[in-house]
Write a protein of this length. Structure first.
Length: 586
């Protein structure tokens, strides 16, 4: 029987690793950036002094390894397999049967669903494991000392794991009744002891508020509510009741009958697991996790090559356009992709940490350093109290660029306390109090010139177009800034402002030559003036294409054809086609 349980555990572990790796491997780096484990006594003390601090400390220790693709699925599979094994040992004490896997695995299934949610904190699973461990010890003690053990362990569990102690109190009390324990009536005292522990913890500052002291919301993003996390608590008492109910029925006697009975249950488990992944796995967000990882790690070619028009979203397009800008292709290839207005260049600000991170990346690419720093700080304060390493790196960069070296050093020290970011942070120490090193660095030097040009702008602008209009001519080597500026104007169909900019900047160091789409915008400004085209840099190739395009539009109109259908095969990737037929909100 022991080998059967071990075999089941190994099979479950490897199946989870396979599924989580091939489907959800980018979920884990996405979650890692919103928390930061530090190897310092100060961090440990600050974490342990709150209710559930030990569970939180362990969960953040494990989550620091999520940045490495493949480690997250292994950690999650290991934790969930432990939940399945220990919970089944407890439930077998009630059912006295070993052939009820569908009942034994209910707690595992409830937590598997939660692990697929990026707002769920692994602290909840660590706390659940503490609960199961203490409950397993409880059910194996003699009835004479269970009561004393239960009364002592409830406040301790609250300090170690947080509000999960209430589930322990309910489960221990339920176990006594389901097994007809000798202390079953007096064990009702577990419930008020758990309540008193939570209230005392709340008033002594161990819990931030009464909700976090009692409900499983403590293990979830505090800005979001999800009732599913409550169901994960219900699963254990429900499984205990089911185990007690099925205890009255006899197991199949024959070997063939046992195989059928357990095989049927395993089929149900796999079906429930599959349906859980499909319905609760936020499959539609998986592409966002992957793109976010590539943006974070600067793998721009993977974003461009892996572009899939069947998975379109404004955020996806923002990432694509950012990758094009970082590789110097935005102006040239802007209309090779299905643009949908300026929100495919920059999302509308929605107060979320995800958009704050993206805006910080976008403004940094454009060279608008102060705004990039502002959004990085916004994302930092919106993350968990332990920190956001991704945005701390950006704050190191921007504070070095602006010459705020003491602030940059503060963030460097924080990152040096981590495992993964320590080397990166230490490498930036050479820029502290060293303006020459900053200005000679190909990236930081350019960004500092952009920052100085931005600081010299006489007025304060809040939109990127106004800022870039002044910034680009003052910092002509900021090519990404020019790409974004012209792209904003073209996607917004603001031809008037575009031509003013073109007449003032074209053939200067800031804008030495135009791409085909930029030339096509000149044609739209004066569609009947070939001399104007020539003066403003329209090539012979684009001129001939423009004349052919106009002729086809006239022919299609004359014969009553749909011009969008007629022109799409040949001109679908031109600015003319976008200007005429794109009707998405700007």
């Amino acid at each position: 029987m022991k080998y059967k349980n071990l075999t089941s555990g190994f099979i479950l572990f490897f199946l989870q690793v396979i599924v989580l790796f091939y489907v959800f491997r980018f979920l884990y780096p996405f979650k890692e950036q919103f928390q930061m484990f530090q190897f310092t006594g100060q961090y440990a003390a600050a974490t342990w002094k709150q209710a559930g601090g030990v569970a939180l400390y362990l969960s953040e220790f494990l989550s620091q390894f999520y940045i490495i693709i493949g480690i997250g699925p292994v950690i999650t599979a290991f934790l969930l397999t432990l939940v399945a094994i220990v919970s089944s040992l407890i439930l077998k004490k009630i059912s006295i049967r070993n052939d009820l896997p569908v009942v034994f695995f209910l707690p595992w299934l409830s937590l598997l669903i939660m692990h697929l949610d990026y707002d769920y904190l692994e602290q909840g699973t660590i706390a659940y494991l503490f609960l199961l461990l203490f409950l397993w010890i409880y059910v194996n003690l003699s009835p004479r000392i269970r009561l004393v053990y239960g009364l002592c362990i409830i406040p301790l569990l609250y300090l170690i794991a947080g509000p999960i102690t209430h589930l322990f109190a309910v489960s221990a009390f339920l176990f006594e009744f389901l097994t007809n324990g000798t202390k079953k009536y007096i064990c009702i005292i577990y419930l008020p002891v758990a309540v008193i522990s939570a209230v005392a913890g709340c008033y002594s500052g161990y819990s931030p508020n009464i909700v976090m002291a009692f409900l499983p919301d403590a293990y979830y993003n505090p800005q979001v509510h999800n009732s599913l996390i409550c169901y994960s608590w219900y699963a254990l008492p429900a499984a205990m009741l089911l185990a007690a109910f099925l205890k009255k029925y006899n197991s199949p006697v024959s070997f063939k009958g046992k195989c059928r009975w357990e095989g049927f249950q395993w089929a149900i488990i796999f079906l429930l697991g599959y349906e859980s992944v499909i319905h609760f796995g936020k499959i539609d967000a998986l592409d966002q996790f992957q793109q976010d990882y590539y943006v974070r790690t600067g793998q721009w070619d993977k974003i461009i090559v892996g572009f899939d028009q069947t998975v379109l979203s404004k955020r996806r397009m923002c990432n694509l356009n950012l990758a094009l800008a970082q590789t110097g292709q935005l102006s040239e290839r802007l209309f090779d992709y299905p643009q949908g207005g300026i929100e495919t260049l920059m999302l509308r600000w929605d107060q979320s940490v995800f958009t704050a991170e993206l805006h910080s990346d976008l403004y940094y690419c454009m060279g608008i350093i102060s705004t990039s720093q502002k959004f990085a700080f916004e994302a930092l304060v919106s993350s968990r109290p332990s920190g956001n390493p991704r945005m701390l790196k950006r704050l190191v960069e921007t504070n070095i660029i602006t010459g705020a070296y003491p602030v940059a050093e503060k963030y460097i020290r924080l990152l040096e306390n981590t495992w993964h970011y320590k080397e990166w942070a230490s490498s930036y120490r050479r820029f502290l109090q060293n303006d020459q090193a900053v200005e000679q660095d190909p990236v930081l030097g350019l960004k500092r010139r952009c920052w100085k040009a931005e600081a010299a702008i006489p007025e304060l602008y809040t939109d990127p177009v106004s800022t870039l209009t002044h910034l680009v001519p003052a910092c002509p080597d900021n090519k990404s800034g020019l790409q974004y500026l012209t792209s904003f104007l073209l996607l917004n169909k603001d031809i008037g402002t575009y031509m003013v900019l073109q007449e003032s900047l074209f053939r200067t160091p800031a804008w030495p030559e135009m791409t085909d789409s930029q030339q096509e915008a000149v044609v739209i400004c004066r569609p009947d003036d070939l001399h104007f085209w020539l003066e403003h840099g329209v090539s012979v190739k684009v001129r001939n294409q423009a004349l052919a395009f106009m002729q086809k539009v006239k022919e299609g109109t004359r014969f009553g054809q749909n011009p969008a259908v007629v022109l799409a095969p040949e001109y679908g990737k031109t600015y003319w086609f976008y200007y005429m037929f794109n009707t998405m909100d700007k």
